[in-house]
Design a protein. Structure first.
Length: 270
């Protein structure tokens, strides 16, 4: 009854089904791992943002990258801004994500003499021309204490942003302490501070960056469940197709028997 399963068409169908099962199981686990990574990231951000601020230079040191578990940590630093080496980072969006402009990065010369910290003071709009340095609110003069979020250096590999040269003066594509240390000759600590508050408060400043979203877990768990449901449906679907073909073949065989049993129509007598 099921000899048709040995046909080439059905052997190919079953083979494809057998290959799809481990593939869809793997895709489900891939989405599960993405879900777990998203949850872990959210938990890290939530812990970091609610922890009491610590000194920026207590978490980083020359030649040492910012550890992943310290990103978003609330940090503080005291010193004076090195406005001579201020720069902007191109093609960055505002808090709403609708407008493209620049991040304003101003090095802060630490009062304890441990070096300089890159401070992302916030976002400003693009000017009339991308070749002209934008209008930037002046950094506060004198000693200030800044509070913000610890961030790791941006790299082309990590951000996906192409770090091409030939840009206008004081414009860059990445926030990278090593790059700026080479430019200014100063001892710039790895990582940077994403500003949230300044004391004393300045009269004007760039638009501060919003707190990262750490409540959205994304659709990855739903996608994982969908892949596993699809996995379960593969053998069920194959079995349904097999049963349907077996039933159709049985029906055709029965109709052939009936047709053969009826015999030829009788010839009328002369």
């Amino acid at each position: 009854m099921y000899r048709f399963l040995l046909s080439r068409r059905w052997l190919v169908t079953v083979l494809i089904a057998l290959l799809l099962i481990p593939a869809t199981v793997r895709l489900g686990f891939w989405q599960l791992h993405r879900h777990e990574a998203r949850v872990a990231r959210n938990e890290l951000i939530a812990r970091s943002l609610t922890a009491p601020p610590v000194a920026f230079d207590s978490l980083t040191a020359p030649g040492r990258a910012v550890p992943k578990d310290l990103t978003w940590r609330a940090v503080t630093a005291t010193g004076s801004y090195d406005t001579a080496h201020e720069f902007v980072v191109r093609k960055r969006t505002d808090a709403g994500g609708d407008n493209i402009g620049y991040f304003v990065i101003t090095p802060l010369r630490l009062a304890d003499g441990q070096g300089e910290v890159l401070v992302n003071r916030g976002w400003v709009a693009s000017g009339a021309s991308a070749t002209v340095y934008p209008d930037v609110p002046a950094a506060p003069a004198g000693d200030v204490t800044v509070t913000g979020r610890m961030r790791a250096d941006e790299t082309a590999a990590g951000s996906g942003i192409r770090d091409r040269g030939g840009l206008p003066d004081r414009q860059f594509n990445l926030i990278n302490s090593a790059q700026q240390a080479g430019r200014s000759g100063a001892a710039v600590l790895p990582g940077y501070l994403e500003l949230t508050a300044t004391a004393p408060a300045p009269a004007s400043q760039p638009e501060l960056l919003p707190e990262p979203n750490h409540s959205d877990i994304g659709p990855h768990m739903a996608y994982a469940v969908q892949w596993w449901l699809f996995t379960a449906m593969i053998p069920v679907g194959v079995w349904v197709l097999v049963r349907r073909e077996a039933r159709d073949r049985a029906k055709e065989a029965a109709e052939a028997v009936v047709a053969a049993g009826a015999g030829p129509e009788p010839v009328p007598a002369a």
